[in-house]
Design a protein around this ligand. Structure first.
Ligand code: B16
Ligand code: MG
Length: 218
């Protein structure tokens, strides 16, 4: 088996921005008069901003018209952007930089495949932009995960066939997207939350090129 490229999700894989999404959505919920519990937060991971708002409104049993929805999504994003503007490289998850550097020195191409329209701003803040050969974010795709578009565009931009790509993902929608793209998949997180990955690991703290080779290069 030959892996020529690795594609990384951003939120939950490279950085933990899920907590900033959660705080911002929580403020919107409390302004609307209900509590958005952390137990529902898993449902927001990997899905688009508008799909997240739909989940929030469903939890709060709230019905509003599309123009109000746009205003709420914009307000949530303004809050979220104010949090990510304060991000620093210290927030890169453990082991990520070392793993990216190892991949590069082994000649494996690297892409980002994120649903977030704020992905390039986040990479800039955490000073990681230069580690990626291609960046596909929410501004470049028209259909959200679990559609494979984000990862297929990443593979195309790198010039690598989907079957030679490996995706790292923390959300079920992203794992389904990678599966739909015909790629190899390593889930990041807990196996009970992530169905259909090839393997699930807790993170990159104890995962390096040797472990990757043992799984895929035999
Ligand atoms: P934005 P990922 C996703 O990022 C988040 O997991 C998800 O919670 C969020 O709704 C989505 O980005 C859109 O983000 O509002 O910044 O465009 O996991 O695909 O890197
Ligand atoms: Mg994610």
């Amino acid at each position: 088996m030959n892996i020529k490229a690795c594609l990384f999700d951003l939120d939950g894989v490279v950085v933990d921005t899920a907590r900033y999404h959660f705080i911002a959505w929580g403020k919107i919920a409390s302004e609307l008069g209900f509590n958005f519990p952390e137990t529902e937060n898993e449902r927001l991971k990997g899905v688009s901003r508008m799909a997240s708002l739909d989940i929030l409104l469903e939890v709060g049993h709230i019905n509003i018209d599309p123009s109000q929805k746009n205003l709420l999504a914009e307000r949530k994003n303004n809050l979220y952007v104010s949090y990510i503007n304060e991000m620093t490289p210290d927030e890169i998850l453990p082991g990520v930089i070392q793993f990216l550097d190892e991949l590069r020195s082994e000649g494996i191409l690297i892409a980002l495949g994120s649903a977030s329209k704020n992905a390039t701003a986040i990479l800039d803040k955490i000073k990681l932009t230069e580690k990626f050969d291609a960046v596909i974010d929410g501004n470049k795709v028209s259909i959200a995960k679990p559609d494979p578009e984000v990862f297929l565009k990443g593979a195309a931009e790198l010039g690598v066939r989907p079957e030679s790509c490996l995706v790292f993902e923390d959300a079920q929608a992203g794992i389904d997207a990678a599966r739909n793209a015909g790629m190899h998949i390593i889930g990041i997180g807990q196996p009970e939350n992530l169905k259909n990955a090839d393997f699930v690991i807790p993170g990159f703290q104890n995962f390096n090129f040797n472990e990757l080779s043992a799984l895929y290069f035999q």
